[in-house]
Design a protein around this ligand. Structure first.
Ligand SMILES: [Zn+2]
Length: 354
Protein backbone atom coordinates (compact mmCIF):
# COMPACT_ATOMS: atom_id res chain seq x y z
CA UNK A 1 0.00 0.00 0.00
CA UNK A 2 1.34 3.42 -0.96
CA UNK A 3 1.38 6.69 0.92
CA UNK A 4 -1.71 8.86 0.92
CA UNK A 5 -1.36 12.29 -0.72
CA UNK A 6 -4.78 13.71 0.05
CA UNK A 7 -6.18 16.97 -1.36
CA UNK A 8 -9.56 18.53 -0.71
CA UNK A 9 -11.05 21.35 -2.76
CA UNK A 10 -13.75 23.61 -1.34
CA UNK A 11 -15.65 26.19 -3.37
CA UNK A 12 -17.79 28.81 -1.61
CA UNK A 13 -19.53 31.78 -3.14
CA UNK A 14 -19.60 35.43 -2.17
CA UNK A 15 -20.48 38.72 -3.86
CA UNK A 16 -17.35 40.34 -5.16
CA UNK A 17 -17.31 44.18 -5.07
CA UNK A 18 -14.45 44.13 -7.59
CA UNK A 19 -16.86 42.47 -10.02
CA UNK A 20 -19.95 44.57 -9.44
CA UNK A 21 -21.08 42.31 -6.58
CA UNK A 22 -21.67 39.41 -8.96
CA UNK A 23 -21.62 36.06 -7.15
CA UNK A 24 -18.20 34.48 -7.43
CA UNK A 25 -16.98 31.01 -6.49
CA UNK A 26 -13.73 31.05 -4.47
CA UNK A 27 -11.66 27.91 -4.46
CA UNK A 28 -9.52 26.75 -1.54
CA UNK A 29 -7.41 23.61 -1.62
CA UNK A 30 -6.24 21.77 1.50
CA UNK A 31 -3.25 19.42 1.19
CA UNK A 32 -2.72 16.89 3.95
CA UNK A 33 0.79 15.73 4.84
CA UNK A 34 1.24 11.98 4.26
CA UNK A 35 2.91 11.56 7.70
CA UNK A 36 2.03 14.38 10.06
CA UNK A 37 -1.23 15.76 11.31
CA UNK A 38 -0.68 18.85 9.15
CA UNK A 39 -2.28 20.58 6.22
CA UNK A 40 -1.22 23.44 3.98
CA UNK A 41 -3.67 25.70 2.13
CA UNK A 42 -3.72 26.96 -1.44
CA UNK A 43 -5.95 29.49 -3.14
CA UNK A 44 -5.23 29.69 -6.89
CA UNK A 45 -6.54 33.30 -6.94
CA UNK A 46 -3.82 34.34 -4.48
CA UNK A 47 -1.02 33.66 -6.92
CA UNK A 48 -1.35 37.14 -8.42
CA UNK A 49 -1.90 38.84 -5.09
CA UNK A 50 1.29 37.15 -3.87
CA UNK A 51 3.25 39.76 -5.83
CA UNK A 52 1.97 42.26 -3.25
CA UNK A 53 2.96 40.06 -0.31
CA UNK A 54 6.31 39.06 -1.74
CA UNK A 55 8.01 42.00 -3.36
CA UNK A 56 11.27 41.32 -5.17
CA UNK A 57 14.46 41.17 -3.13
CA UNK A 58 16.15 44.59 -3.13
CA UNK A 59 19.72 43.48 -3.84
CA UNK A 60 20.94 47.06 -3.75
CA UNK A 61 19.66 47.34 -0.19
CA UNK A 62 21.29 44.01 0.73
CA UNK A 63 24.59 45.20 -0.73
CA UNK A 64 24.27 48.47 1.16
CA UNK A 65 23.79 46.58 4.43
CA UNK A 66 26.67 44.28 3.49
CA UNK A 67 28.98 47.24 2.90
CA UNK A 68 27.97 48.93 6.14
CA UNK A 69 28.65 45.78 8.20
CA UNK A 70 31.75 44.45 6.45
CA UNK A 71 34.35 46.22 8.55
CA UNK A 72 33.07 45.02 11.92
CA UNK A 73 32.10 41.52 10.80
CA UNK A 74 33.68 38.87 13.04
CA UNK A 75 32.99 36.14 10.48
CA UNK A 76 35.27 37.75 7.91
CA UNK A 77 38.85 36.46 7.96
CA UNK A 78 41.13 36.92 9.73
CA UNK A 79 38.80 37.94 12.59
CA UNK A 80 36.90 34.65 12.43
CA UNK A 81 40.13 32.80 13.33
CA UNK A 82 41.22 35.35 15.94
CA UNK A 83 38.45 37.01 17.92
CA UNK A 84 35.54 34.53 17.85
CA UNK A 85 34.82 32.47 21.02
CA UNK A 86 36.69 29.16 21.50
CA UNK A 87 35.76 25.82 23.04
CA UNK A 88 37.82 24.38 25.92
CA UNK A 89 40.77 22.30 24.79
CA UNK A 90 39.44 19.07 26.31
CA UNK A 91 36.39 19.36 24.04
CA UNK A 92 37.92 20.76 20.84
CA UNK A 93 41.74 20.91 20.99
CA UNK A 94 42.11 23.88 18.64
CA UNK A 95 39.12 25.69 20.14
CA UNK A 96 37.45 25.96 16.73
CA UNK A 97 36.95 23.62 13.77
CA UNK A 98 37.97 24.49 10.22
CA UNK A 99 37.28 22.92 6.86
CA UNK A 100 37.85 24.56 3.48
CA UNK A 101 36.55 28.12 3.75
CA UNK A 102 34.34 27.34 6.77
CA UNK A 103 35.02 27.88 10.48
CA UNK A 104 32.98 26.61 13.44
CA UNK A 105 33.05 28.37 16.81
CA UNK A 106 30.78 28.69 19.89
CA UNK A 107 27.75 30.95 19.70
CA UNK A 108 28.36 33.78 22.18
CA UNK A 109 24.69 33.61 23.21
CA UNK A 110 23.74 29.92 23.08
CA UNK A 111 20.10 28.84 23.08
CA UNK A 112 20.91 25.17 23.74
CA UNK A 113 23.59 23.58 25.99
CA UNK A 114 25.81 23.19 22.91
CA UNK A 115 25.27 25.80 20.20
CA UNK A 116 27.85 26.52 17.53
CA UNK A 117 27.99 28.94 14.61
CA UNK A 118 29.62 28.06 11.30
CA UNK A 119 30.91 30.92 9.15
CA UNK A 120 30.19 29.61 5.65
CA UNK A 121 32.76 30.98 3.26
CA UNK A 122 35.19 33.84 3.53
CA UNK A 123 33.05 36.19 1.42
CA UNK A 124 31.08 38.61 3.60
CA UNK A 125 28.10 38.43 1.32
CA UNK A 126 26.90 36.14 -1.43
CA UNK A 127 23.79 35.58 -3.49
CA UNK A 128 21.81 32.35 -3.52
CA UNK A 129 23.48 31.30 -6.78
CA UNK A 130 26.89 31.58 -5.12
CA UNK A 131 26.60 28.75 -2.60
CA UNK A 132 28.73 26.13 -4.33
CA UNK A 133 28.23 22.42 -3.56
CA UNK A 134 31.68 22.20 -1.94
CA UNK A 135 31.11 25.26 0.25
CA UNK A 136 27.75 23.96 1.51
CA UNK A 137 29.23 20.49 2.03
CA UNK A 138 32.15 21.88 4.05
CA UNK A 139 29.74 23.82 6.29
CA UNK A 140 27.52 20.77 6.81
CA UNK A 141 30.53 18.52 7.43
CA UNK A 142 31.68 20.81 10.25
CA UNK A 143 28.19 20.74 11.74
CA UNK A 144 28.05 16.94 11.72
CA UNK A 145 31.59 16.64 13.10
CA UNK A 146 30.56 18.96 15.92
CA UNK A 147 27.49 16.84 16.72
CA UNK A 148 29.66 13.72 16.86
CA UNK A 149 31.98 15.45 19.33
CA UNK A 150 29.01 16.66 21.38
CA UNK A 151 27.56 13.14 21.60
CA UNK A 152 30.95 11.72 22.55
CA UNK A 153 31.63 14.32 25.21
CA UNK A 154 28.20 14.12 26.82
CA UNK A 155 25.99 11.19 25.75
CA UNK A 156 22.87 12.74 27.31
CA UNK A 157 22.93 15.33 24.50
CA UNK A 158 20.97 12.98 22.26
CA UNK A 159 19.38 15.41 19.85
CA UNK A 160 21.01 17.82 17.48
CA UNK A 161 20.58 19.50 14.17
CA UNK A 162 22.33 21.73 11.63
CA UNK A 163 20.27 24.75 10.56
CA UNK A 164 20.55 27.96 8.53
CA UNK A 165 19.02 31.44 8.47
CA UNK A 166 19.94 33.56 5.48
CA UNK A 167 19.39 37.34 5.73
CA UNK A 168 17.24 39.25 8.25
CA UNK A 169 13.75 38.21 7.02
CA UNK A 170 14.85 34.61 7.64
CA UNK A 171 16.06 35.44 11.16
CA UNK A 172 19.76 36.12 10.53
CA UNK A 173 21.28 39.07 12.35
CA UNK A 174 24.35 39.14 10.07
CA UNK A 175 24.55 39.10 6.29
CA UNK A 176 27.72 36.97 6.35
CA UNK A 177 26.48 33.48 5.37
CA UNK A 178 26.47 31.10 8.32
CA UNK A 179 24.92 27.86 9.58
CA UNK A 180 24.18 26.95 13.18
CA UNK A 181 24.34 23.71 15.15
CA UNK A 182 22.18 23.12 18.19
CA UNK A 183 22.24 20.13 20.53
CA UNK A 184 20.09 19.32 23.55
CA UNK A 185 18.92 16.55 25.83
CA UNK A 186 15.36 16.76 24.52
CA UNK A 187 14.14 16.48 20.94
CA UNK A 188 12.99 19.83 19.56
CA UNK A 189 9.17 19.81 19.30
CA UNK A 190 9.06 19.59 15.50
CA UNK A 191 11.73 16.87 15.43
CA UNK A 192 9.76 15.00 18.10
CA UNK A 193 6.67 15.09 15.86
CA UNK A 194 8.66 13.59 12.98
CA UNK A 195 10.22 10.92 15.19
CA UNK A 196 6.97 9.87 16.84
CA UNK A 197 4.99 9.79 13.59
CA UNK A 198 7.79 7.86 11.82
CA UNK A 199 7.96 5.28 14.59
CA UNK A 200 4.17 4.88 14.58
CA UNK A 201 4.21 4.46 10.80
CA UNK A 202 6.90 1.79 11.14
CA UNK A 203 5.05 -0.02 13.92
CA UNK A 204 1.79 -0.03 11.98
CA UNK A 205 3.04 -0.71 8.46
CA UNK A 206 6.44 -2.31 8.99
CA UNK A 207 8.03 0.25 6.65
CA UNK A 208 10.33 3.26 6.89
CA UNK A 209 8.19 6.27 5.94
CA UNK A 210 11.14 8.21 4.50
CA UNK A 211 12.23 5.39 2.22
CA UNK A 212 8.63 4.99 1.08
CA UNK A 213 8.38 8.72 0.44
CA UNK A 214 11.59 8.81 -1.60
CA UNK A 215 10.53 5.75 -3.60
CA UNK A 216 7.06 7.14 -4.36
CA UNK A 217 8.17 10.66 -5.23
CA UNK A 218 11.03 9.53 -7.46
CA UNK A 219 10.30 10.52 -11.05
CA UNK A 220 6.92 11.98 -10.00
CA UNK A 221 5.67 15.57 -10.47
CA UNK A 222 7.43 16.81 -7.31
CA UNK A 223 10.76 15.03 -7.93
CA UNK A 224 13.78 17.34 -8.30
CA UNK A 225 16.73 15.03 -8.66
CA UNK A 226 18.89 12.33 -7.16
CA UNK A 227 22.37 13.00 -5.79
CA UNK A 228 24.01 9.75 -4.76
CA UNK A 229 21.58 8.27 -2.25
CA UNK A 230 19.93 11.62 -1.46
CA UNK A 231 16.50 12.06 -3.08
CA UNK A 232 15.25 15.64 -3.43
CA UNK A 233 11.59 16.56 -3.86
CA UNK A 234 9.17 19.44 -3.34
CA UNK A 235 7.00 18.75 -0.28
CA UNK A 236 3.39 17.78 -1.08
CA UNK A 237 1.94 19.69 1.92
CA UNK A 238 4.75 22.15 2.71
CA UNK A 239 5.58 23.19 6.29
CA UNK A 240 7.17 26.39 4.95
CA UNK A 241 7.42 28.41 1.74
CA UNK A 242 8.38 26.35 -1.33
CA UNK A 243 9.59 23.55 0.91
CA UNK A 244 12.08 21.04 -0.49
CA UNK A 245 12.94 17.76 1.27
CA UNK A 246 16.17 15.81 0.70
CA UNK A 247 16.13 12.27 2.16
CA UNK A 248 19.39 10.36 2.73
CA UNK A 249 18.14 6.89 1.89
CA UNK A 250 19.80 4.01 3.65
CA UNK A 251 21.43 6.14 6.35
CA UNK A 252 20.04 5.12 9.73
CA UNK A 253 21.44 8.02 11.73
CA UNK A 254 24.35 10.38 12.26
CA UNK A 255 26.87 7.51 12.38
CA UNK A 256 25.89 6.40 8.88
CA UNK A 257 26.06 9.75 7.08
CA UNK A 258 29.14 9.46 4.89
CA UNK A 259 31.37 12.17 3.46
CA UNK A 260 29.87 11.30 0.06
CA UNK A 261 26.36 11.89 1.46
CA UNK A 262 27.46 15.30 2.74
CA UNK A 263 28.80 16.25 -0.68
CA UNK A 264 25.56 15.01 -2.28
CA UNK A 265 23.56 17.16 0.17
CA UNK A 266 25.79 20.08 -0.82
CA UNK A 267 25.12 19.42 -4.53
CA UNK A 268 21.38 19.27 -3.98
CA UNK A 269 21.19 22.31 -1.69
CA UNK A 270 23.27 24.35 -4.13
CA UNK A 271 20.85 23.43 -6.95
CA UNK A 272 17.78 24.20 -4.79
CA UNK A 273 19.15 27.66 -3.91
CA UNK A 274 19.62 28.43 -7.60
CA UNK A 275 16.03 27.32 -8.16
CA UNK A 276 14.82 29.54 -5.30
CA UNK A 277 16.60 32.49 -6.95
CA UNK A 278 14.83 31.67 -10.21
CA UNK A 279 11.50 31.56 -8.35
CA UNK A 280 12.25 35.12 -7.22
CA UNK A 281 13.37 34.52 -3.64
CA UNK A 282 16.56 35.70 -1.96
CA UNK A 283 16.34 34.30 1.60
CA UNK A 284 16.02 30.83 3.09
CA UNK A 285 16.08 28.57 6.14
CA UNK A 286 17.06 24.93 6.32
CA UNK A 287 17.19 22.25 8.99
CA UNK A 288 18.76 18.81 8.87
CA UNK A 289 16.58 16.43 10.89
CA UNK A 290 18.38 13.54 12.61
CA UNK A 291 17.23 10.67 14.82
CA UNK A 292 18.77 10.42 18.33
CA UNK A 293 22.50 11.00 17.80
CA UNK A 294 23.51 7.69 19.40
CA UNK A 295 20.96 5.54 17.55
CA UNK A 296 20.69 3.66 14.30
CA UNK A 297 17.02 3.75 13.36
CA UNK A 298 15.45 1.50 10.76
CA UNK A 299 12.34 3.66 10.98
CA UNK A 300 13.78 7.10 10.27
CA UNK A 301 16.13 8.56 7.64
CA UNK A 302 18.08 11.78 8.16
CA UNK A 303 16.64 14.44 5.87
CA UNK A 304 17.06 18.10 5.16
CA UNK A 305 14.18 20.55 4.69
CA UNK A 306 14.68 23.90 2.97
CA UNK A 307 12.19 26.77 2.79
CA UNK A 308 12.10 30.27 1.33
CA UNK A 309 11.25 33.29 3.47
CA UNK A 310 10.11 36.82 2.81
CA UNK A 311 12.41 38.81 0.54
CA UNK A 312 14.58 41.61 1.92
CA UNK A 313 13.40 45.07 0.87
CA UNK A 314 12.39 48.24 2.63
CA UNK A 315 9.17 47.91 4.63
CA UNK A 316 8.78 44.22 3.87
CA UNK A 317 5.90 42.45 5.54
CA UNK A 318 6.72 39.27 7.46
CA UNK A 319 5.62 36.05 5.77
CA UNK A 320 4.75 34.49 9.14
CA UNK A 321 1.37 35.31 10.59
CA UNK A 322 -1.23 33.53 12.71
CA UNK A 323 -1.58 30.82 10.08
CA UNK A 324 1.99 29.62 10.60
CA UNK A 325 2.94 30.79 14.08
CA UNK A 326 -0.25 29.94 15.94
CA UNK A 327 -2.24 27.54 13.77
CA UNK A 328 0.79 25.60 12.57
CA UNK A 329 -0.33 25.53 8.93
CA UNK A 330 1.28 27.04 5.82
CA UNK A 331 0.17 29.00 2.80
CA UNK A 332 1.06 27.64 -0.63
CA UNK A 333 1.81 30.47 -3.05
CA UNK A 334 3.18 28.32 -5.88
CA UNK A 335 1.93 24.71 -6.09
CA UNK A 336 4.71 22.22 -5.21
CA UNK A 337 4.48 20.60 -8.67
CA UNK A 338 5.19 24.00 -10.26
CA UNK A 339 8.03 24.65 -7.76
CA UNK A 340 9.52 21.32 -8.85
CA UNK A 341 9.29 22.26 -12.55
CA UNK A 342 11.26 25.43 -11.88
CA UNK A 343 13.94 23.90 -9.63
CA UNK A 344 14.43 20.58 -11.49
CA UNK A 345 16.54 22.00 -14.37
CA UNK A 346 19.17 23.20 -11.86
CA UNK A 347 19.71 19.63 -10.73
CA UNK A 348 20.50 18.58 -14.29
CA UNK A 349 22.61 21.68 -14.94
CA UNK A 350 24.77 21.31 -11.87
CA UNK A 351 25.55 17.70 -12.81
CA UNK A 352 26.86 18.88 -16.16
CA UNK A 353 29.14 21.51 -14.65
CA UNK A 354 31.07 19.18 -12.43
ZN1 LIG B 1 31.72 39.01 7.07
Amino acid sequence: MGLVFRKETHIKTFHNPLKNFEPEGQEVELRFDPLLDHFAVFNPALEDKARLFFGPQDWELVEKVAEATRENCFMCPPKVWEITPKYPEDFIPDGRLRRGECTLFPNLFPITPRHAVIAVGEAHFRRLEEFSPQLVADGLALGLEFLRLVAEEDPVMRFGTVCANFLPPAGASLVHPHFQVVAAKEAFPQLKRFLEASLNFYTEKGKNFWEELAAEEKEGPRFLGQKGRVTFMAAFAPLGGNEVIGVIEGARGLAEITQEDVLDLGRGISAVLKGYARLGYGTFNFTLFLPPLDERTGWFCPHIRLITRQNFYENYRTDDYFLQRQLGSELIITPPERVAEIIRPFFAQEEGNE
